[in-house]
Write a protein that binds this ligand. Structure first.
Ligand SMILES: Cc1ncc(COP(=O)(O)O)c(C=O)c1O
Length: 411
């Protein structure tokens, strides 16, 4: 099996898919590199205001008592978090480093924490960081959290992360209703709630579900949210229920031919929902807020033709940008032409043909795109992937082969 899948001859994106501001910043990097006689460092170019606008748009359709927290795992670049801080209520975190990043971006903001297998060290960092809600993922974790909170002399508010027995919306990457290491299987929740009664330092006052990913259909996602609210009401019947955290999972159209998530429709559907009395609802999207604010760009070191396939080899690869390979995406890119090329050196190219874009690692897994149709792509040009603002820099494997890690800058 080959990852990512073949694009089957889909055309590469037009250069206009790369905004002028990003192209200017790329041009500056090319000039610097050429002046130094070096290759352009592969890296991320972010427009933080794009993420802030996405968050403001989503925030505007949320009813009262709904809270918006950005999932820091999707993008931890401080300028992006600072921009998002203008439009979100807080952040969702999973580690001590993410707590620090969230606090730095929005002092006093809401911080909620999740993640399977939290160690005592992580729990200590969450408690010391004054996290507002810890989403507990097992009975043992609840006991550990109680002990850590007792040690710190600080009461902690928690929700139980539930792996619901019904599946997430059709078409989504499903993390509910299937065996998974995430959360507590729904049939086991009652026993963990009983245990919570013995925990003196933890108030279990909520339910957390993160069981959908990449959902583009607003009605399907609203249905998922509504199911989470009903589930929380059912599981916590007769108990205090302060908060229902429905996780993330709104998608962005990677393929280019799907419709974007219909925010207005989502808002209408939310307006018709009635959360359990007295409960706040937390939404913690990552990809939807950040994907569109980032572009990954790398220079084409070489163009090769082997047994009928043309390859563009990048100064970069899955050590910088692993998303298309690990999430099995057809991720289209644009070619940004670079005219500067040494006189007298033949310049290999693909013109009007299919190209497979690979990185510089010594493994065939280092493939970013297969079989896209390019008008012209030459050694020395830049290949630029949009929608790289979420799970880009954070999700790569930077240590393999020891090449320089991806750079990050706000364009
Ligand atoms: C607990 C939790 N919340 C929120 C998110 C964000 O999900 P998405 O980027 O799909 O919105 C994730 C992603 O893995 C997660 O694990």
């Amino acid at each position: 099996m080959q990852f990512p899948p073949s694009a089957g001859g889909l055309p590469a994106l037009d250069v206009d898919a790369v905004p002028e501001r990003v192209r200017r910043s790329l041009a500056a990097r090319v000039r610097e590199a050429r002046a130094a006689g070096a290759a352009v460092p592969g890296g991320y170019h972010y427009l933080p205001d794009v993420a802030a606008a996405r968050a403001a748009g989503l925030g505007a359709v949320l009813p009262d008592r709904w809270r918006l927290c950005f999932a820091v795992k999707a993008n931890s670049f401080p300028p992006v978090l600072a921009a998002l801080a203008t439009a979100v209520d807080g952040f969702e975190v999973a580690s001590a480093a993410e707590v620090a990043a969230a606090r730095a971006a929005l002092p006093g903001g809401l911080v909620v924490a999740a993640g399977p297998g939290k160690t005592v060290a992580v729990l200590r960092a969450l408690v010391a960081g004054g996290v507002d809600l810890v989403n507990v993922e097992s009975a043992l974790e609840l006991r550990r959290l109680d002990a850590v909170a007792a040690e710190a002399g600080r009461r902690v508010r928690a929700a139980l992360r539930v792996n619901p027995s019904t599946a997430a919306p059709a078409g989504a990457l499903t993390m509910g209703g299937v065996p998974s290491a995430f959360g507590i299987a729904e049939p086991d929740v009652a026993a963990v709630l009983d245990l919570a009664g013995d925990c003196r330092w933890v108030d279990v006052a909520g339910i957390h579900v993160h069981a959908a990913s990449g959902v583009l259909d607003a009605a399907a996602y609203a249905g998922y949210v509504s199911d989470c609210l009903a589930l929380a009401g059912r599981l916590m019947r007769g108990r205090r229920l302060d908060v229902v955290d429905v996780g993330g999972g709104i998608g962005v159209p990677f393929g280019g031919d799907e419709d974007a998530f219909d925010l207005a429709r989502f808002g209408e559907l939310l307006a018709g929902m009635t959360p359990p009395a007295g409960a706040e609802v937390v939404l913690e999207p990552g990809r939807y807020l950040a994907a569109e604010c980032g572009w990954y760009a790398a220079e084409v070191t070489d163009v090769k033709h082997a047994y009928g396939t043309s390859y563009a080899v990048l100064h970069g690869g899955i050590n910088h940008f692993q998303l298309p390979a690990s999430w099995d995406l057809v991720h289209r890119f644009a070619v940004v032409p670079v005219e500067d090329w040494p006189a007298g050196v033949p310049r290999p190219e693909v013109a009007g043909g299919l190209v497979t874009v690979v990185g510089e690692l010594c493994t065939p897994e280092d493939t970013l795109a297969r079989d896209l149709l390019v008008t012209r792509l030459r050694a020395g040009d830049l290949v630029v992937f949009p929608l790289a603002g979420a799970y880009g820099w954070e999700f790569a494997m930077p240590a393999f082969l020891g090449h320089p890690p991806a750079t990050r800058e706000a364009a």
